[in-house]
Design a binder for this molecule. Structure first.
Ligand code: UD1
Length: 323
């Protein structure tokens, strides 16, 4: 297939591109390099530097004709989205509308979209399946849910088939070490832990130890980014083959607490990783764990690298090069 991967120089995007290339597909990356980086580009792929707010450029690029589009270009800081919702409206919602309209005009009919567990909010029950109530606790999650709704309309009205992949917590790096770029100014737990381990940051703040969980810290479902990448390939093949649209929750189905993450990182890095308890972060649910039974049944997707040691070790292998 000839694919356009928007946001393909980013952390998840570069793993997705690697997976498509490894499986013999032809990939063009479109990225503005605001959070993505050149180091994450591969010589087998094409690269166009551009922004999803640039409508004429999107039209020009898509006129080239593609069998499918993977859309990963978004801002993803939960905290920032609550302080600067305007930025998230423009980049995440307007940018996606630009992409969809250009895709629709140019005859692209298959889209795999990066959605998020952030669409669900506080769980009503665990594990979280696809039908769970959608009540995003932050503006970032709201932008993802809005886009899912818009995709449903474009499916109905323009026959654009899509797969919305709701990632739980994406972590880890390519186990073969082929992805070199580190995230710039990360706000997520594992990259922050890694920056403490490399000495770039002094200590980790653990946001709350008074949750109703086994050790009081938040529980999340950490899933390896290479496993997520495989899901994009399977989802793209699936929507082509069955001419259908669908949503999938992607997680490892295992809950790990912040303290357990820190302990594992200490073990694997051999670094002390100083940590202190800080107040809760607003909008953080205590416990989020997915069921990926639907992805398993429909896409035959199963997390392979999402055990805690592999998650930490592959992250550390990427970060320790920067010691
Ligand atoms: C959030 C979204 C998720 C999204 C991701 C993208 C929700 C519920 N989840 O994940 O869907 O894909 O952002 O960025 O909105 N923590 C600390 N100290 C830190 C950083 C994090 O203790 O310095 C804790 C958090 O409180 C949380 C856990 O670590 O319990 C994971 O946090 P993070 O990596 O930021 O991801 P989420 O907020 O779970």
């Amino acid at each position: 297939m000839k694919l356009l991967v928007v946001g393909g120089a980013g952390y998840i995007g570069s793993h997705v591109v690697r997976c498509f290339l490894d499986n013999g597909h032809n990939v063009t990356v479109f990225d503005n390099l605001s959070t993505g980086c050149r180091e994450n580009l591969f010589k087998e792929g094409e690269f166009i530097q551009g922004d999803i707010l640039d409508i004429p450029l999107l039209q020009e690029v898509m006129a080239g004709g593609f069998d499918g589009l993977v859309h990963l270009a978004a801002l993803k800081s939960v905290e920032e989205s609550m302080s600067f919702p305007e930025k998230y409206s423009v980049n995440n919602i307007t940018g996606t509308l630009n992409l969809l309209n250009a895709a629709s005009e140019s005859g692209i009919r298959h889209i795999v979209f990066s959605s998020s567990a952030a669409i669900f909010g506080n769980p009503q029950y665990l594990p979280i399946d696809e039908d769970h109530l959608k009540n995003p606790p932050n503006y970032y999650g709201f932008t993802k849910l809005e886009i899912e709704h818009i995709l449903q309309w474009y499916d109905r009205l323009k026959k654009i088939r899509f797969a919305a992949l709701r990632y739980f917590n994406a972590v880890g790096y390519d186990p073969e070490g082929r992805i070199a770029g580190l995230e710039k100014n990360p706000a997520n737990l594992v990259p922050i832990i890694m920056e403490v381990a490399t000495g770039k940051r002094k200590k980790l703040q653990i946001f709350g130890d008074d949750y109703d969980t086994r050790d009081g810290t938040c529980i999340r479902d950490y899933v390896h980014v290479s496993d997520l990448a495989t899901a994009h390939l399977l989802a793209m093949e699936y929507i082509h083959k069955f001419n259908t649209s669908d949503c999938f929750n992607l997680g490892s189905e295992k809950g790990t607490s912040v303290l357990e993450m820190v302990e594992s990182a200490r073990e694997i890095t051999g670094k002390p990783i100083p940590a202190e308890i800080a107040p809760r972060r607003p909008g953080d649910p205590g416990n989020l764990v997915a069921t990926s039974a639907k992805a398993y049944k429909t896409l035959k997707w199963k997390a392979q690298y999402s055990d805690l040691p592999t998650l930490m070790e592959s992250s550390w292998n990427a970060y320790k090069k920067h010691l």
